[in-house]
Design a binder for this molecule. Sequence first.
Ligand SMILES: Cc1cc2nc3c(=O)[nH]c(=O)nc-3n(C[C@H](O)[C@H](O)[C@H](O)COP(=O)(O)OP(=O)(O)OC[C@H]3O[C@@H](n4cnc5c(N)ncnc54)[C@H](O)[C@@H]3O)c2cc1C
Length: 424
Amino acid sequence: MAAQSVIGAPAEEVESFRLRARAWLAEHMPRLPEGVDNYHLMRDDEFGVRARELQRTLYDAGFAGICFPREYGGLGLSREHQQAFSRESAAYEMPVLFNVPTLSILAPTILDFGTEEQKRRHIPAILRGEEMWVQFLSEPSGGSDLAGLVTRATRDGDVFVLNGSKIWSSGAFRSDYALCLARTDWHAPKHRGLTMFIVKIHQPGIEVQQIRMVNGWNEFCQEFFDDVAIPAEDVLGQVNDGWTVASRLLIHERDAVGGASRYTSGLGAAGERSGSATGLDHLARATGRTSDPTVRQLVAEDRVHERVAQQLVRRVTTGIASGYFPPPAGAIPRLFAATANERHRDMALEIVGRGAAAWTEGDPVGEVSVEYLFRQGGSLGGGSNEMQRNIISERVLGMPREYAADKDKPFDEVRHNAAPSRVR
Ligand SMILES: Cc1cc2nc3c(=O)[nH]c(=O)nc-3n(C[C@H](O)[C@H](O)[C@H](O)COP(=O)(O)OP(=O)(O)OC[C@H]3O[C@@H](n4cnc5c(N)ncnc54)[C@H](O)[C@@H]3O)c2cc1C
């Protein structure tokens, strides 16, 4: 039986959609060079110019926003359609810069909480590749205790006036809009005095500084807000109920970084890595070690992790959809993806051996040690592994919640860090 699209008309069968996508991709999208994946190309596209063009190409051809509702420019199709397209498109250049956080985290949060006007303003523009988004959540005083943030937004007539600072915002310099969580009531307990705002990034009062990372990237940013006027109609959800919005955003984020999001495209199936420059089979060939039993064991272990990741995503997403698991169960594939990624980087280094210590320009194995420097990234972005373990124990397994002395106290009576001053 054909699936139903959101407006009730019978949707195209998955197999027919797959074949149509296959033919269109072969004719219109550039094939990835051997051993290169989209994440490698992404680094050459620092300002996202190519990603915007490719996203527009997908949109014009009717392949953007596969699981987004049709009334906001999407196709209104199922997760199976999205997975079919992701598999077919894995060998092509794709606008993966849009995947996280724009398509998989922030657009779904706008769909969940946005007014009709907000959804019509932003979702089609995102799918056309005109708006890239970023999340302004973490602050210099700490990211795990998100509800303890100190950036403030003070109501002044029709606007809120934003002051403070956010940090570790991935790709803010190239983005157009942010979802920004700020404190709007200092007398309420910490979770109840927050509001989520839609913020235009490039405007007076906002300064974005890129942060030079140890692996040479400039992806992270810190932002400083000096009396930024945000129109009251740009509140997402309700004033002082930003924690509800943030909690849902974090569920979308765990799905996104764990490989379980239905809103991405062009990644291959969840957890797939083989064939890319850092796929272990590729490294075994590049180092001439395909017959080495230890290396073969490592390649096999990596493959097993890929398979487990795919099955875990399937199991957990099906379980959440059927109500068997609560939505925070997305922390399970997220935790697995992060720990498997750490192991993958360790194994890559082991295969390359001395080649990772010194290499010549263009040597494919040299990449491994640069990537190793980012080994912990996946275990922090989207909430640290320890926080995922807390979520699994408290909200999936129902174990007692961690004690928090400040939970019900008015925030202005809680000892906390001051808003940071600017570093120049
Ligand atoms: C690749 C990457 C991308 C990111 N992108 C963004 C972004 O776009 N926007 C954004 O706002 N932020 C982003 N972040 C920031 C990220 O959300 C934070 O790094 C993360 O939430 C942890 O916060 P922190 O770094 O301040 O560490 P802290 O909160 O200071 O934590 C330090 C250590 O203490 C542990 N810890 C803290 N509290 C507990 C607890 N209750 N129980 C057990 N252990 C605990 C943590 O696990 C961690 O190991 C990104 C980070 C990375 C690495």
